[in-house]
Design a protein around this ligand. Structure first.
Ligand code: GLC
Length: 530
């Protein structure tokens, strides 16, 4: 795709982890009215699309990803009327709204599952994945849960069969091969489309269909004990099954009837598997999530290689996306350090495609250690050290005791530096990270070459990564120093003449560049070439 024909191609998607964004009623948990209060902040930041984590009724075994009603709002987060107000208020500000759609599983307390497990001949029995025990009475296959690598089958004594769950036993997987289940899920999409959502982030997309022949997953020859237990076997029969694409086509057809709405499909996949989800034009997800930047070595050669590899793998109708943070991964600052987090912001907003960022990264929030008695994420209990609570702590708005997030007791502890690292402290600071984010976003908006221009690698030299983005006669040079030592980009036979428009230090702006460009350690520079 070389033209901007769709709104989501230029989108900068801001993930709002609702529990932690802004609490309006003092119960210590973020909510929909709280989010509405902060829409002007998002506008000022410059993002244009919100993705809101689940707000549906839930026993919260997996913090809202275990749903008991997909078409309602949990009172913890507000009401359906609040949701409608949010859509109206967001649209009034030209902000699009994506919501989380969790089709893979429900809560075990969902009425569908309560019925399904009641008797073997219940009309909803086949809505979930039930099987007889293996001949030794154990689970039907060796399939493992994503959390903890435990057996992914739980025995239900009442009916003498096992049910399958990709994640927790409290999250039974729906049987998405069943046309009744498919129809029920498509109706959920319609329900929210009618309420005006601009699209969905599909949770756990690659897991939706499991092998019908119940073949065991093969052992992973590269596994060692340092790796997550889930990776001990290769999930070849539990992920990326061909029939998933048929489901995606059904979902896409529903969306297509509502004009230009977006499907963003969550997946932890290789590049090759990821791009297969673009499907045929008009039938796949528009954006299968590209999480590669979170996992590659933060090193010039590997990042340059990644950019090229991804571009080469995209189908001709596939529009790229780059996502650098989510509620499931350690925070940017904790992965890269504060100095390189600035470089990663410059890289992100100068790459081709749709951009996804995580709340709080714009002010440099870091992972917060959670005392054992305050751990809430089930993953931490199953895989100590892998818990996701540290990256989900309350947004730091100001230096008040509740960080401006709550007037009550926050549901997770606040960062110890919340009184200095916060929005109020950075709002008018000309060199703050928040200011850098705002400037980068504004520059991207004003510069089509950054969104859709061709990408041409210039140099990978030690820690220095440089490339040119070019569109319709507009050319920008991006030079990023991924190391802490000074480095110089020499023009050689290339032209790097121009003017600096932005640096990660928010200085040097307007400086002329001639035969060479000197970068300080941990510095990134954008030059408009003449
Ligand atoms: C997705 C979500 C994650 C959740 C899991 C199970 O990976 O991003 O937070 O725990 O699905 O629903």
């Amino acid at each position: 795709m070389t033209d901007l024909n769709h709104w989501w191609q230029q989108a900068i998607i801001y993930q709002c982890y609702l529990r932690s964004f802004n609490d309006s009623n003092g119960d210590g948990v973020g909510d929909l009215p709280g989010l509405i209060e902060k829409l002007d902040y998002l506008r000022r930041l410059g993002v244009d699309t919100l993705w809101i984590s689940p707000f549906y009724p839930s026993p919260m075994a997996d913090l809202g990803f275990d749903i008991t009603d997909h078409t309602a709002v949990d009172p913890l987060f507000g009401t359906l009327a609040d949701f409608d107000r949010l859509i109206a208020a967001a649209h009034q500000r030209q902000l699009k709204v994506l919501i989380d759609f969790v089709p893979n599983h429900t809560s075990k307390e969902h009425s569908w599952f309560v019925e399904s497990r009641a008797t073997r001949d219940n009309p909803r029995r086949n809505w979930y994945i039930w099987h007889d025990p293996a001949s030794d009475g154990g689970p039907p296959t060796n399939w493992r849960t994503v959390f903890g690598g435990c057996p992914a089958w739980t025995f239900d004594p009442q009916t003498g069969q096992y049910y399958y769950h990709t994640y927790l036993p409290q999250q039974p997987d729906l049987n998405l091969r069943n046309p009744e289940v498919q129809a029920a899920l498509l109706d959920i999409l319609r329900f929210w489309l009618e309420r005006g959502v601009d699209g969905f982030r599909i949770d756990a997309l690659r897991q939706l269909i499991k092998d019908v022949q119940l073949r065991n997953n093969p052992p992973n020859p590269d596994y060692d004990k340092q790796m997550r237990p889930y990776t001990a076997v290769l999930p070849v029969h539990t992920t990326n099954q061909p029939e998933v694409h048929t489901l995606v086509t059904q979902m896409r057809q529903v969306l297509n009837a509502y004009g230009e709405r977006l499907l963003l499909g969550e997946m932890y996949n290789s590049i090759e598997q990821t791009v297969s989800y673009y499907g045929e034009p008009g039938s796949g997800v528009q954006l299968p999530t590209n999480f590669q930047l979170m996992f590659r070595d933060w090193e010039a050669q590997s990042i340059a290689g990644l950019i090229e590899e991804y571009a080469a793998a995209l189908p001709s109708h596939g529009w790229p996306n780059w996502i650098v943070g989510t509620h499931d991964q350690p925070r940017l600052v904790s992965r890269l350090g504060a100095a390189q987090a600035r470089i990663s912001a410059m890289l992100l907003f100068t790459l081709r495609g749709t951009i996804g960022m995580y709340y709080g990264d714009e002010i440099g929030m870091h992972d917060v250690p959670i005392p054992p008695d305050q751990v809430l994420d089930p993953q931490e209990r199953l895989e100590p050290g892998m818990g996701r609570d540290p990256a989900r702590t309350p947004m730091q708005w100001d230096s008040s005791p509740g960080a401006g997030f709550t007037r009550g007791k926050p549901w997770l502890p606040l960062a110890e530096d919340a009184d200095t690292v916060n929005v109020a402290a950075q709002r008018d600071d000309p060199t703050a990270l928040l200011t850098l984010y705002r400037r980068l976003i504004a520059l991207r908006r004003a510069t089509p070459a950054l969104v859709l221009g061709d990408y041409r690698a210039l140099t990978v030299d030690g820690n220095l990564l440089s490339f040119v983005r070019e569109h319709a006669g507009q050319r920008l040079l991006v030079a990023l120093n991924l190391g802490s030592q000074a480095a110089t980009l020499e023009a050689g036979s290339r032209t790097i003449q121009g003017n600096i428009v932005l640096t990660t230090g928010l200085d040097r702006i307007g400086e002329r560049v001639g035969a060479s460009l000197a970068l300080r350690g941990d510095e990134g520079v954008i030059v408009t070439l003449v």
